[in-house]
Design a protein around this ligand. Structure first.
Ligand code: CDP
Length: 225
């Protein structure tokens, strides 16, 4: 039923979103950035001063409408209750809070249900932490992207510097390490490589090389791609 699912998991800064977007583009699939969904809930918790309890955050996840506008200005826009939050969800405040929000079981249940619904209707590339293990464990194509912490921090630093933002490599590096630890040690759906996922270390590869490797693997492992 889910033959057209490409699941890409891995830690922060491994290059998932850049690569997932390009793979989707090349194959004519939809791209679903599941991290953006958790970021929306973290942002709304700040904007609406929601207490950081499991109950309040789960209720927030239920009442928040998250939409992706693929044809918006500058490409893929993220909308929360109709408001464009594409830039706001990348703020350092949201980045620092998101792992805590994403660890709440009720928040995850809501996000996972929405992701599964999309995957049942369309051919889609999803990136996240639990796509190959929890959201679509039966996907034929699962990729686990990694890179050294130094390389991942360097990439994030470059990304922010290129956007004209001030960034400290040291701070980014420690934020990434903290998020990796929180994401891989939480009780519900921790970041983990699925047993049947293809492990791809991107430390020394260009994004194009990673995209090509994923497409080649997908063609080999799925009759539907
Ligand atoms: O892009 P980056 O690696 O910074 O993170 P992201 O993909 O935007 O995800 C932000 C956070 O959301 C992660 O650190 C996880 O805590 C959480 N997340 C998750 O728990 N499960 C997913 N499927 C995707 C993201």
């Amino acid at each position: 039923m889910n033959a057209c699912i490409i699941a890409i998991d891995g830690p922060a800064g491994a290059g998932k979103s850049t690569v997932a977007r390009k793979v989707a583009e090349k194959l004519g699939y939809l791209y679903l950035d599941t991290g953006a969904m958790y970021r929306v809930i973290a942002l709304e918790s700040i904007r609406q001063s929601v207490p950081l309890t499991d109950e309040a955050l789960a209720a927030l996840a239920k009442r928040t409408s998250i939409r992706f506008d693929l044809d918006g200005p500058g490409g893929n826009r993220v909308l929360s209750n109709g408001v464009d939050v594409t830039e706001a969800i990348r703020s350092p405040e949201v980045t620092r809070l998101v792992s805590q929000v994403a660890a709440v079981p009720g928040v995850r249940a809501e996000m996972v249900a929405q992701q599964q619904q999309i995957g049942r209707q369309k051919a889609v590339v999803l990136d996240g932490r639990d796509i190959g293990t929890v959201v679509f464990p039966e996907a034929e194509v699962k990729i686990f992207l990694t890179a050294s912490v130094e390389e991942r921090a360097r990439r994030r630093w470059l990304e922010q510097t290129n956007k004209g933002q001030k960034a400290s490599l040291e701070e980014i590096s420690s934020d990434i390490a903290a998020r990796d630890l929180a994401d891989s040690t939480r009780e519900t759906s921790p970041l983990r490589q699925a047993d049947d996922a293809y492990l791809l270390d991107t430390s020394r590869l260009t994004p194009e090389e990673v995209v090509d490797a994923i497409i080649a693997y997908a063609k080999e492992h799925s009759h539907a791609v």
